[in-house]
Design a protein around this ligand. Structure first.
Ligand SMILES: C[S@@+](CC[C@H](N)C(=O)[O-])C[C@H]1O[C@@H](n2cnc3c(N)ncnc32)[C@H](O)[C@@H]1O
Length: 234
């Protein structure tokens, strides 16, 4: 092997290793420039994976929570473009909001009332900081309101009025089933426009065969991890 070949192979190896390392920390090098631009524009810091302690996970009702990783903005943009609910008239709820990435993207889409539920105190604090920093930047929108609730999504009571429930594969099957039960109960007692967006929908069978109607599926056709499914109630 020539020295030039060794050098170029070495460069590829270093690049590939850097990409793998970046992925493990929740952001690939390819996406890094876009991430930095988004964070600078919105005055937030939501990138980077975070693993909650076993104690935090086990304290939740079903103990089936997954780690934090921010939603890819391209997938979320596609999903929000496909929902059939009015951002001005509905509350955006992110169950398992982590550092608040999805809340900020939804605010950029025009939602004014945003609720994040997060059981990890460290992440909930980061989401609050990001929401405050984003709101300061958007002083021109005094009606913008973020509420970060530190708690278990399995016990969250959906809001009154129209809402969009967002989940980016935050937890396992039992919590998904409990959440969907509550959403359906809430809708039965007060039928109103309700949409559900489930990104990386690992437990989507829990949403089938109920009053939920699938309205769109966006993202990759092949890989669930890169997909989002959209439902409406009624
Ligand atoms: C894949 S991240 C999604 C982050 C965010 N929604 C986004 O799209 O950028 C999943 C988040 O759900 C949180 N989580 C997992 N189980 C939970 C539970 N039972 N209640 C509240 N939050 C939970 C994790 O701590 C993590 O922050």
């Amino acid at each position: 092997m020539t020295r030039a070949r060794l050098r170029s192979d070495g460069l590829w190896w270093v690049l590939a290793a850097a990409m793998r390392t970046g992925k493990a920390f929740g952001v690939s090098l390819l996406h890094l420039p876009g991430e930095i631009m988004f964070e600078s524009r919105t005055q937030t810091r939501t990138r980077g994976a975070y693993w909650s302690s076993q104690e935090v996970i086990a304290n939740a009702l079903y103990g089936d929570g997954y780690h934090y990783g921010p939603i890819k903005r391209r997938l979320m943009n596609e999903a929000l473009r496909a929902v059939e609910i009015d951002p001005q008239a509905s509350t955006f709820v992110d169950l398992g909001c982590g550092k608040g990435r999805a809340l900020v993207v939804a605010a950029e889409f025009g939602w004014r009332r945003l609720v994040g539920v997060e059981y990890d105190p460290e992440l909930a604090a980061r989401a609050r900081e990001n929401a405050e920093s984003y709101s300061r930047r958007r002083l021109s929108s005094p009606d913008l309101s973020f509420e970060i609730i530190e708690g278990d999504a399995a016990s969250y009571e959906p809001p009154a009025g129209q809402f969009l429930l967002f989940m980016y594969n935050p937890f396992g099957e039992q919590t998904v089933a409990a959440v969907i039960d509550r959403v359906i109960q809430s809708w039965r007692s007060d039928p109103r426009p309700v949409a559900v967006v489930y990104a990386n929908p690992q437990w989507e069978h829990q949403l089938r065969h109920r009053e939920l109607v699938e309205t769109a599926r966006v993202g990759s056709r092949r890989h669930k991890m890169e997909q989002a499914v959209i439902w409406r109630l009624g």
